[in-house]
Design a protein around this ligand. Structure first.
Ligand code: UDP
Length: 237
């Protein structure tokens, strides 16, 4: 079966329901705007399981997500959404792109979380934008930008508290939102939340358990992801 869409980490397929798609998580990993590529056995399985548990936990706390139901190890059913081309990044501690751009040492905590928008465009390398750019580029209205920021900050608080229970520090993360085809007036959390899209450090040792292990050639990439899943499973049981 041909996918309707294939991204860097997931494929989307149609189903009998026009408002529902099947999302398949792949084992491929990319970094630095796909300049660096690799395949990791079990990555799809781990990221699917992590996203599913986190999204269930967020739903229980009133955040609507695209999840419909679980299918198997690497597949889930999701609501068909029109993805907003605005990537929302929330930062609690300086790292990655922020540290590089601003010359702030990795690990420096922020007093209040930073919310950042970037234009979802592989061609342009996801450039940083603000509400005015989003409005003029037709990506999101000012009201929608405010809604993205509102939801992102709630998601950050819920996840920060949850990851703390897992002995993990939520340094930063990227999320994507979409307008469901069944109700385009809404904006709901879509895509994924996994070690591919979050920075997670062990609270005690500071050990990185996320995609930075791949970006920085630290080794044990899947061991890190498996550790995150294991701790999440323990925290929800
Ligand atoms: N991120 C992501 N996809 C992107 C860019 C960033 O998932 O295209 C995540 C990244 O894993 C990190 C957070 O968003 O958890 C902040 O990333 P940053 O802007 O520091 O960029 P990076 O260091 O990934 O270049």
């Amino acid at each position: 079966m041909q996918p309707l869409y294939e991204g860097k980490a997931k494929r989307l397929y149609t189903t009998d329901d026009p408002h529902v798609l099947r999302m398949e998580y792949k084992d491929e990993a990319t970094a630095f705007n796909a300049e660096k590529k690799a395949e990791f056995e079990n990555k799809g399985k781990l990221n699917k399981a992590i996203t599913l548990l986190l999204y269930k936990m967020l739903e229980e706390r009133g955040i609507e997500t695209h999840i419909v139901s679980d299918i198997d190890e690497t597949n889930i059913l999701v609501k068909k959404v029109d993805i907003l081309l605005v990537e929302v990044i929330v930062r609690n501690i300086a790292a990655g792109g922020f540290s590089k751009r601003m010359g702030v040492e990795e690990g420096t905590p922020f007093k209040t979380p930073i919310v950042e928008f970037s234009y979802k465009s592989d061609e342009l390398g996801d450039p940083l934008i603000n509400d005015d750019y989003a409005r003029e580029l037709g990506l999101a209205t000012p009201e929608e930008c405010a809604e993205l920021k509102r939801q992102a900050l709630i998601i950050n608080e819920v996840q920060k508290e949850f990851f703390a229970k897992c002995g993990l520090t939520l340094v930063d993360f990227k999320i994507e939102f979409g307008r469901p085809s069944s109700d385009p007036s809404k904006i709901i959390l879509a895509d994924e939340v996994s070690p591919d899209t979050c920075r997670l450090w062990d609270v005690k040792t500071g050990k990185k358990l996320d995609k930075d292990r791949f970006r920085q050639d630290l080794g044990g990439v899947m061991e890190g992801y498996a550790e995150v899943l294991h701790r999440i499973e323990k925290a929800v049981s």
